[in-house]
Design a protein. Sequence first.
Lengths: 386, 260
Amino acid sequence: MFDFITDEHRMIQDAAREFAQKEIAPIAAHFDETGDFPLDTVRKMGALGFMGIEVPEIYGGAGLDTLAYVLALEEICKVDASHGVIMSVNNSLFAHGLVKYGTEAQKQRYLKPVASGQKIGAYSLTEPMSGSDAGNMRTRATLSADGSHYLLNGRKSWVTSAPYADTIVVFMMTAPEKKHKGVTAFIVEADQPGFARGKKEPKLGIRASATSEIMFEDYRCPVENRLGEEGEGFKIAMTVLDAGRIGIASQALGIAEACLAASISYARERVAFGQPIGQFQMIQQKLADMACRVEASRLLIYQAALTKMAAAQTGQRYTLEASMAKLFASDTANYCATEAVQIHGGMGYSQELPLERYFRDAKITQIYEGTNEIQRMVIARNLTGL
Amino acid sequence: MRIVVCIKQIFDPETIKISRSQQAIDERGARKIMNPPDRWALDAALRFKEADPSIEVIALSLGEPEVEDVLREALALGCDRAILLSDAAIVKARTAGLAQIIAAAIKRLRNVQLVMTGHMALDTGSGTLGPRLAIELGDWPVLLSVDQLRLEHGHVTGLQYADEKYYDSSYPLPAVATVLQTPEHPRYPHGAEIINAYRVRNVEIWSSLALGVDPTALPAPTTGRQLRLPPARQMGFIVEGSPQEAAQTLVAMLRARRVI
Ligand SMILES: Cc1cc2nc3c(=O)[nH]c(=O)nc-3n(C[C@H](O)[C@H](O)[C@H](O)COP(=O)(O)OP(=O)(O)OC[C@H]3O[C@@H](n4cnc5c(N)ncnc54)[C@H](O)[C@@H]3O)c2cc1C
């Protein structure tokens, strides 16, 4: 039916599915409970090319396309959304930015080890006082008098993978008076002086993914490590988020599908009032609505992925398609998770089954990489031009 | 030297639905995969190749053109060559005929010292291909259901599993080995190798004509008569009470049913 999905895509999807089921499924509940970082499986994913799926082979990646990326990510997230977000940030928020805006030297030095999974990448836009209003940053980067380096200062918050990241793309103000146009992007090495990580944030869901603040105190960033031009940072941040949102949409789709699959089998097996609960109309309605929304999410994600692939030739943005996919798929994940817990009754609430984990994990997809309020704003602005 | 790994494509058992009312397998929407035991055999062969790069590993399969997918997977996993035996006559061949065709292909390849395959195909569960091939190849020794396979001093050595015991066995090459699935999972293909398997590498297609065999003349010593599901299992029950009481109740029940 979808003839843009080739045998090649299917094979990467199969490999991801098998990897997720064999390697991640048995450990997902444990890492969710302890909140530890699953470094072992993340490294294994790297060895298979999953940490740099769209990155050209010469830069350590697998050289596949966006469809391969969303198909693989969906399979990982069907089993565990935490592994999914680690993969998504590494691929879309870190690697994609370097592929698009990095110099040859930056790609060799920073992209290669991250795309091949030997090192972990992160992306840091949010600050304690600026989230949705990302242009309103307090962090400052000042160019030295001799023009050789920038001094980075301030605090960034909510950085996915920061506790384990080796390299982080960080956005800071270089010219505060210019607001959005005064933001610049930097490639930061986490083992240099002047850089510190905060403690891991305790979280509701995606607990195996580690998130923390990062602090800068006169961190010396050589000019060679500036990503793009001075003042280009906000554009870079937003362009990269377009790619990121397709990833988060796939993460949400994976969660939704896991909820639907569990609900279908429970509805067939669980008997109440002498019949399988799947024979009650109220349960049927939930299943039907879940299935339709899952399929609609999938189509929006394919549309966004195909638009991004076309954009690689034309250089156009795919903001609208990415936002729509992220918005709808994340709402779907939350709808499906809520109904899946409901269909499972008391068992849905129990830690014996993964449903309560899906329920906790689903929520984040409506918050990060632009809250759904922001997505609606982006979509409406695109529609009205206002 | 060359190692040939025989690979079968089967329906993923997790994706087929079984209809009790129809007494049939519903294959619609089912996914096709490499027979898992063959995947283990391939993995073992690739490990030999890692230890000795002069070894050439060739994946071989037989069937419809779509079987090519598992061979591409084998290429992505690290095989040197992949050969599909396929034409209108070949795809109709069964059991004994099948072994003859595969053996003809192996003979064509020359210098094949070891033929490996899974200990059985999960769809038919017969496990007869290995022994049949050994006969067709000229009574080669065969290691059945083997684990910890090693190649040393012109011999193939391993632990053969039979009757719930392992037998330490060793045979001179050339030989056939059917490989057990072990808990350690075989390798996964790297994304970049998947691309190469489709865009750069190629699956060779061999026909029966090229092999000089006439599949229609090959014997079919067995034929399937009927596919039937095992009877539905009865619900079990738990014998309650203290261990002593429970044991007494259980013995009484078994007596009543004349089991003991
Ligand atoms: C687990 C986790 C991981 C994260 N990972 C990263 C990361 O790797 N890198 C990174 O940079 N950031 C990351 N974030 C930050 C995340 O992107 C922000 O939390 C998010 O953008 C929202 O910003 P905020 O928390 O400041 O909320 P606020 O912006 O303060 O928003 C609060 C509420 O107000 C609403 N709101 C705000 N503005 C408007 C408006 N104009 N119209 C209508 N409603 C509005 C929001 O939708 C929200 O409901 C992460 C966050 C979490 C929780």
